[in-house]
Design a protein around this ligand. Structure first.
Ligand code: FES
Length: 123
């Protein structure tokens, strides 16, 4: 069973969409299910000034992306890099065990976007 928070995020996801002039884009695929996640970030003063996601994924992946982008917004790049699957699962009030792997997709896409930004800007 999904928590109410997962259902709420899935029904009305936050920060879904594209940032046309993103500073970095992270894309990850889940080898278990074939789902795909993209995270777009804008960075200002070393903080995530804007973040959006697109996903071709399951309900859990959408809820994770929505919660993850909420958690990452406004954080420094290093704080956002410290967000991990456990933080997301906790924020969502838990995920069914077979869906835990779905939480990795968003986290890895976020980390990929931040690392690309850091490499491009020699941070
Ligand atoms: Fe693919 Fe959840 S089943 S991300």
């Amino acid at each position: 069973m999904y928590s109410q928070k997962v259902i709420d995020h899935f029904k009305a996801p936050h920060n879904q969409g594209v940032i046309d002039d993103a500073d970095a884009i992270g894309e990850e695929g889940n080898p278990v299910c074939g789902d795909i996640m993209k995270i777009y970030i804008k960075v200002a003063d070393d903080r995530i000034a804007d973040i959006k996601f697109e996903t071709l994924g399951c309900a859990a992946a959408i809820a994770v992306s929505s919660a993850l982008t909420d958690l990452a917004m406004g954080r420094t790049l290093d704080e956002a890099l410290a967000l991990n699957k456990d933080a997301i699962v906790k924020d969502l009030g838990g995920l069914p065990a077979p869906k835990i792997h779905c939480s990795m997709l968003g986290v890895e896409a976020l980390h990929s976007a931040i690392n690309q930004y850091k490499i491009a800007h020699k941070k």
